[in-house]
Design a protein around this ligand. Structure first.
Ligand code: PGA
Length: 250
């Protein structure tokens, strides 16, 4: 994994944004895997900024990592609505080219659609405080595919801030599997804030384990992890990552 530590989440998002925008510039029909949550919002702002400055997103195709099960796409907290509000409505993207998992009956179709698109070129990831990527919670098989999953109590409580009452927080979700994510040609994982430091440490410096699904990225040939200082706080080899970033082999 390439580990890039920035002073702030804002700076890290600018670097990640430049990477995504350049990839779209080089391949206008790029296939992007996308994530929800507060983490990628600044990255999405960088994409919108570039689009407003003339970068064409009209042929870009997208596949989201996950969606809650049990709420409709029109629900204010659905991930389809999140993506439409925060990104798709602000890009010149064709909504027909945007995909979000939409029911347990369609998991195999979702995987087939990713394959038919030629696979995911760049997968954007956040990390859960429990190490999840997508909604692959601890103990998810590292070979898992898109499927219906039960969220952990930790994730349900992390997500409760978006819902009026605790009993409205979905307990199930559809998620690409760890195996699905590992097939992406490139992964970029963004991790910001002190509450991610422990999961980040496990993902980057721990042994690969289904207890920290993000650690499966250690097996991925092209993953870049963008961190702010707070999320990097527990890393043992912080100085080496900075050194390596400043001394890239040609
Ligand atoms: P967050 O969620 O970006 O809202 O912290 C990340 C995740 O749970 O994957």
């Amino acid at each position: 994994m390439e580990v890039i530590i920035s002073k702030t989440a804002e700076e890290a998002s600018q670097l990640a944004g430049a990477l995504v925008n350049n990839a779209v510039r080089n391949n206008p029909s790029l296939v992007l895997g996308l994530a929800t949550g507060s983490t990628p919002l600044s990255l999405y702002k960088e994409m919108v900024k570039a689009c407003r400055a003339g970068l064409d997103y009209s042929r870009v195709r997208t596949f989201n990592l996950d969606e809650y099960y049990g709420i409709s796409p029109e629900h204010p907290q659905s991930y389809r609505k999140f993506m439409n509000d925060h990104l798709f409505s602000k890009l010149n993207i064709d909504l027909k080219n945007t995909h979000v998992p939409d029911g347990p009956a369609h998991c195999a179709t979702y995987e087939a659609a990713i394959k038919a698109a030629g696979g995911i070129d760049i997968q954007v990831l956040g990390i859960g405080s429990d190490g999840h990527i997508g909604f692959n919670e601890p103990t998810s098989s590292l070979a898992s595919r898109t499927r219906l999953v039960t969220l952990t109590q930790q994730t349900v409580s992390d997500n409760a801030r978006f819902f009026a009452t605790a009993d409205q927080v979905p307990r199930y979700a559809l998620s690409m599997g760890v195996g699905t994510i590992l097939e992406s040609k490139k992964c970029i994982m963004l991790c910001f804030g002190a509450n991610k430091a422990k999961a980040v440490k496990g993902a980057i410096e721990g042994g690969m384990s289904q207890f920290n699904p993000a650690s499966a990225l250690q097996m991925h040939p092209d993953t870049v992890v963008f961190l702010d200082e707070a999320a990097a706080a527990d890393l043992q080899l912080k100085d080496y990552y900075r050194w390596a970033a400043a001394n890239q082999p040609l």
